[in-house]
Design a binder for this molecule. Structure first.
Ligand code: PRP
Ligand code: URA
Length: 216
């Protein structure tokens, strides 16, 4: 069976046909909030499948109606999903559909429109977050400032096992993020061309938070 991702220098591009199809619909400027929300959630669910590929399994014996079967179940490693507010929220439902045992933390950041620096306004993580593998969620990796700052917060709390999952990444964002946190894998559905003068991703999908919540 062929793999449904390409990996290069810690960046995984998830090119499963269903992900690519839904991403095309998300990019379409005629896709409005209701469909955008549903599609983002569906893509996040499909991405959860790839991102959890390395979860450890333990052997178990299961009694079927016909006899004993040698099976495998998850070892029970704990996961925390941490969306970056606001747009990361749109990926939580899809992820929890496949990882229902995950706890959820939140990091609130917004990009200052002038300096483009990330400003923190909220951070609440599960009490036992140090014992969990953290999957950090944000659909957009543009300059990389927000995602890199969110990882700084996680590392300040001595969280070591972190994966970053986004939808669309710009080369500038990958460079900044991996410059600051080279050991953290980035999972995305597309690597785009670059940024415009206001640091929006080209061709991107516009402002993910506004499209998700209908605020513009
Ligand atoms: C968007 C997006 C990311 C950030 C990416 O959020 O959801 O968090 O921009 O840009 P960066 O890589 O250049 O930091 P935004 O700051 O617009 O806040 P919002 O989600 O509240 O709209
Ligand atoms: N934030 C977004 O929502 N979209 C972009 O293209 C860049 C940052």
């Amino acid at each position: 069976m062929s793999k449904t991702f390409k990996e290069m220098n810690g960046v995984y591009i998830l090119d499963h046909p269903l992900i690519q199809h839904k991403l095309a619909l998300l990019r379409d400027k005629n896709t409005h909030s209701k469909d955008f929300r549903e599609l983002l959630s569906e893509v996040a669910m499909l991405m959860a499948y790839e991102v959890t590929r390395d979860l450890p399994l333990r052997p178990v014996e299961i009694e079927t109606p016909m006899g004993m079967a040698h099976c495998h179940m998850l070892e029970g490693r704990n996961i925390a999903l941490v969306p970056i507010l606001r747009a990361g929220l749109g990926m939580v439902d899809g992820m929890t559909n496949l990882i229902p045992m995950a706890k959820i933390g939140h990091i609130g950041l917004y990009r200052d429109p002038v300096t483009l620096e990330p400003i923190e306004y909220y951070c609440k993580l599960p009490e036992d977050v140090q014992q969990r593998d953290v999957i950090l969620l944000d659909p957009m990796l543009a300059t990389g400032g927000s995602a890199a700052a969110a990882v700084d917060f996680l590392k300040m709390r001595e969280i070591k096992d972190i994966k970053f999952v986004c939808l669309v990444a710009a080369p500038e964002g990958i460079k900044h993020f991996h410059g600051a946190h080279p050991e953290i894998p980035i999972y995305c559905a597309a690597l785009d061309d670059g940024l415009d003068d206001h640091a929006y991703i080209l061709p991107g999908l516009g402002d993910a938070g506004d499209r998700l919540f209908g605020t513009k």
